[in-house]
Design a protein around this ligand. Structure first.
Ligand SMILES: *[C@@H]1O[C@H](CO)[C@@H](O)[C@H](O)[C@H]1NC(C)=O
Ligand SMILES: *[C@@H]1O[C@H](CO)[C@@H](O)[C@H](O)[C@H]1NC(C)=O
Ligand SMILES: *[C@@H]1O[C@H](CO)[C@@H](O)[C@H](O)[C@H]1NC(C)=O
Length: 372
């Protein structure tokens, strides 16, 4: 009884607020004092044409969702559409946008970045601009018309690459927070389990355990061997479960997407234009400070590890020359393994963190803006 009255009040409120001339309901039965709202057998349906959408950072994406009535209605209606988001990294479901007809409101990080498409009657697709690394997860499209309430979900995944990262001093030096910062400093973000799992399916094999975004510690194994869990284990993503975020130290799995201008420090990605990673070696090899100067003189910066991985994976960068990177490591990207170019598998190969006076070439990064 209470619930039903509150509903009616809410409905009246909505109706007044929107001043829609005719009332929402075909059939409003009072009868036996048991006030029930009926929809005269009209059913609301909601679905999505795509259960998952893949995109890259900086992209504009559309998450499909549509609703319709059965039997079809003669006059159009404006139900309430609500999109919410369950981050892939874990955490609470948060509101993205609420819309009734052409009026809508967006929330939090999504403010000003999302709208409902409304290309045809019943189109409730969510259009999101300037996709960020941490926008991945499950998006929930809920349509409410009176007591009818139907919903569907769309997963948003980013195309990108997962890479293991360790502290310059060696393995198992990173707390969870330090791991998060290490990824951000290298133009990436903590990988989610589904990103690591996808990479494992694509062949990522790493014998050291690393933090993931949800605070668990795991490692992907495609070729079990003795120092790596033993011969007896089946290949898979092995988990140590949740570890203590401050006390325990591991490596980390970072996730990097397109060669976006990465302005994590500015809080927002400012540009939609991708950048470029390239190898630079003037007439001589350089120590770390000379390498930094060389990139600067070329109107660029020393590339971050995430940018080199993204260039290797997404732009198929292949170069058999080891070069300095922003974190003081020396690496090189190989997509076509060949003789005298290191291991027989494709990958970004590493010489670790040599002393800064050692001499190498350098990988520079130019953002899209600097390219223009
Ligand atoms: C995304 O949409 C915005 C505005 O709607 C537009 O300015 C921008 O160029 C689009 N970006 C891409 C990558 O299509
Ligand atoms: C996502 O990352 C941006 C920076 O790229 C940050 O400003 C924002 O707070 C993050 N959003 C969430 C929900 O963590
Ligand atoms: C690199 O070489 C320059 C001289 O060309 C020197 O001044 C600088 O200290 C060296 N830096 C490092 C890190 O060795």
């Amino acid at each position: 009884m209470m619930i039903c009255c509150i509903q009616i009040l809410l409905l009246l409120g909505v109706q007044l607020a929107l001043s829609i001339p005719n009332f929402f309901y075909h059939d409003f039965r009072k009868g036996n004092g048991n006030k029930e709202i009926h929809f005269s057998g009209v059913k609301l349906h909601v679905d999505s044409a795509q259960p998952a959408v893949f995109a890259a950072t900086g992209d504009n994406v559309t998450l499909p969702c549509r609703f319709w009535y059965e039997p079809e209605l003669t006059s159009p209606r404006e139900p309430r559409v609500k999109w919410s988001w369950q981050p892939a990294a874990g955490g609470h479901e948060t509101d993205v946008l609420v819309a009734i007809g052409s009026r809508s409101r967006s929330f939090g990080e999504f403010r000003g970045r999302v709208q409902i498409r409304q290309d045809f009657p019943g189109d409730a697709a969510l259009v999101m601009t300037n996709l960020m690394l941490n926008d991945t997860g499950r998006y929930h499209c809920e349509v409410v018309d009176g007591l009818e309430d139907k919903s569907t979900s769309v997963y948003l995944e980013l195309r990108g690459v997962v890479f293991p990262y360790q502290h310059p001093r060696g393995h198992y030096h990173l707390s969870f927070l330090a791991a998060q910062q290490a990824c951000e400093q290298q133009a990436s973000t903590l990988a989610t389990f589904s990103q690591l799992f996808q990479s494992w399916k694509e062949g990522l094999n790493w014998c050291n355990a690393g933090w993931l975004a949800d605070g668990t510690v795991q490692y992907p194994m495609t070729r079990p061997r003795v120092p790596c869990g033993g011969d007896g284990l089946a290949p898979g993503v092995r988990s140590y479960g949740r570890r203590h975020l401050q006390l325990h130290r591991y490596d980390v799995f970072c996730f990097s997407s397109t060669l976006q201008v990465n302005s994590l420090t500015l809080g927002r990605l400012l540009s939609n234009v991708g950048g470029k990673v390239y190898y630079l070696q003037p007439s001589h090899t350089m120590n770390l400070t000379e390498a930094q100067q060389a990139c600067q003189e070329d109107g660029a910066q020393v590339a971050k590890v995430g940018q080199l991985y993204a260039a290797w994976k997404l732009s198929v960068l292949d170069r058999c020359d080891a070069g300095w990177l922003a974190d003081g490591s020396v690496r090189y990207p190989i997509t076509r393994p060949r003789r005298n170019c290191g291991p027989s598998e494709p990958g970004v190969h590493s010489f670790g963190f040599p002393p800064p006076q050692h001499k190498h070439g350098v990988y520079c990064y130019k953002s899209g803006d600097e390219l223009m």
